[in-house]
Design a protein around this ligand. Structure first.
Ligand code: ADP
Ligand code: ASP
Ligand code: MG
Length: 419
């Protein structure tokens, strides 16, 4: 008997029919002798719909109330799934995050899980129940409901698996695993049987939304055996076949993802670029600009400071698009006058495209191949950032798909490679 955590995403929970299917699949695992904790997302579209309602009323809704609203999608899902499981003849109980409780910090809309008390859940499992817990939500030290950021149900599932020392965490989604890039953008993308933890971490942090970044971080920190697989296979396929399907996140230190130099391509449309123009080129400039941004709790990603001319320079960086207006306002009111800069200009229509691969460590010229490929497509690179196992470029959003397809081809990712 194993303790298994299943997570089902929004599309997998997208209708009552699909929820019945989820229940049948879960029942198959229970009847095979396993204990199951199931973490569903809100039904697809629900979280956007709920946040849209709030936006209809105000553009400046309080983060606490937004979390109160957004968290309800998952509450509907757990209730429906518990009913579907009961209809399958299983005993099942559903919990909201605060009932478990899943405790988080107070950063509404991007809260971090701090602890999970598994006593209640263990007692239910021991009593033969399937426990269904809301994804995406928790409770802060003051008893307020919080949410974990978009796509956060992945993190709930992995954190629960970590806290309970589950034997495995299975992330069921609408694709049958992790691909070399988003298969919806590049139909030739290839599914990977396994991907190293490090590469998955990079892919997720660079925009591959198949797993939320924090879920990968949790998996790494607590060594949670993690697999991404399809919820759209027939629910009654052989359990062992299902258990070995999809993509395993591997913790083998030196296992290169199928020996590739470049293993995958990620892209991110959620960023915006901001440039402070004509800043005096003196020590402390980066601190004076980014210090203010950090104080406002705004995360900065790619940063570039240009060569100075006549003692002045331009300083560019990217932030999440949700923080764009706030950052522009902050710079205009606080930073530009204080520094005597000329102006602030912004561009929200950019995207970041990244190549990722552990193999890049030991190969030179990979970035050059990337730049040549983009040049051949006449795509202008606005910013570049590199690390040992990734190179990212910021380009005009309208070239995103072209860039991803061209790079996927240039690095031969569509071709089957010997493992
Ligand atoms: P869920 O609702 O199940 O959490 P998501 O929409 O959050 O599903 O994540 C699954 C989606 O991630 C897929 O439908 C796919 O379009 C996208 N995706 C992006 N990059 C990748 C990748 N490298 N491999 C697989 N899917 C990817
Ligand atoms: N329902 C939340 C969202 O849409 C969380 C999730 O689906 O993982 O972002
Ligand atoms: Mg998701």
């Amino acid at each position: 008997m194993a303790l298994i955590v299943h997570k089902y995403g929004g599309t997998s929970m997208g209708s009552t029919e699909r929820i019945r299917n989820v229940a049948k699949r879960v029942a198959k695992w229970v009847r095979a002798g396993h204990q199951l904790v199931v973490v569903p997302s809100a039904m697809s579209g629900d979280t956007n719909r709920l946040l849209g309602l709030a936006k209809e009323i105000s553009d400046r809704a309080s983060p606490r109330e937004l979390d109160m609203i957004a968290s309800t999608g998952e509450q509907v899902s757990v209730g429906l799934l518990a009913i579907a499981l009961q209809a399958e003849g299983l005993e099942s109980v559903s919990y909201a995050g605060w009932q478990v409780p899943i405790k988080t910090d107070s950063s509404f809309s991007k809260a971090r899980i701090e602890s999970i008390d598994d006593v209640r859940v263990r007692a239910d499992l021991a009593a033969g129940k399937v426990v269904v817990i809301t994804g995406f939500q928790g409770m802060d030290p003051n008893g307020h409901i919080t949410t974990l950021g978009r796509g956060g149900s992945d993190t709930s599932a992995v954190a629960i698996a970590a806290a309970m020392k589950a034997d495995e965490c299975l992330i069921y989604t609408d694709v049958d695993g992790v691909y070399t890039t988003d298969p919806r953008v590049v139909p030739e993308a290839r599914r990977l049987n396994s991907i190293s933890f490090e590469e998955m971490l990079e892919m997720a942090s660079l925009g591959s939304k198949v797993l939320q970044i924090r879920s990968v971080e949790f998996a790494g920190k607590y060594r949670v055996p993690l697999r991404v697989l399809s919820s759209f296979t027939p629910w009654d396929i052989d359990l062992d076949v299902e258990a070995a399907s999809g993509t395993l996140i591997s913790f083998e230190e030196d296992e290169k993802m199928e020996q590739a130099v470049v293993s995958g391509i990620a892209f991110n449309r959620d960023e915006a670029k901001i440039t402070v123009v004509g800043v005096p080129d003196t020590p402390g400039i980066a601190y004076q600009i980014l210090g203010k941004v950090a104080e406002a709790n705004i995360d900065v990603d790619v940063i570039i400071q240009n060569v100075s001319h006549d003692g002045k320079t331009d300083f560019s960086f990217t932030v999440h698009r949700n923080d764009y207006a706030r950052t522009m306002e902050l710079l205009q009111t606080n930073v530009v006058p204080a520094l005597g800069a000329l102006q602030v200009v912004g561009d929200a229509k950019i995207c970041k495209v990244s190549i990722v691969g552990i193999g890049m460590r030991s190969h030179v010229g990979i970035a050059a191949t990337m730049f040549r490929c983009l040049a051949e497509e006449s795509i202008n690179i606005q910013m570049i950032t590199t690390s040992e196992i990734k190179t990212s470029v910021v380009i005009d959003e309208k070239y995103m798909e072209l860039a991803v397809r061209a790079l996927h081809k240039a690095f031969g990712l569509e071709e089957a490679r010997a493992a």
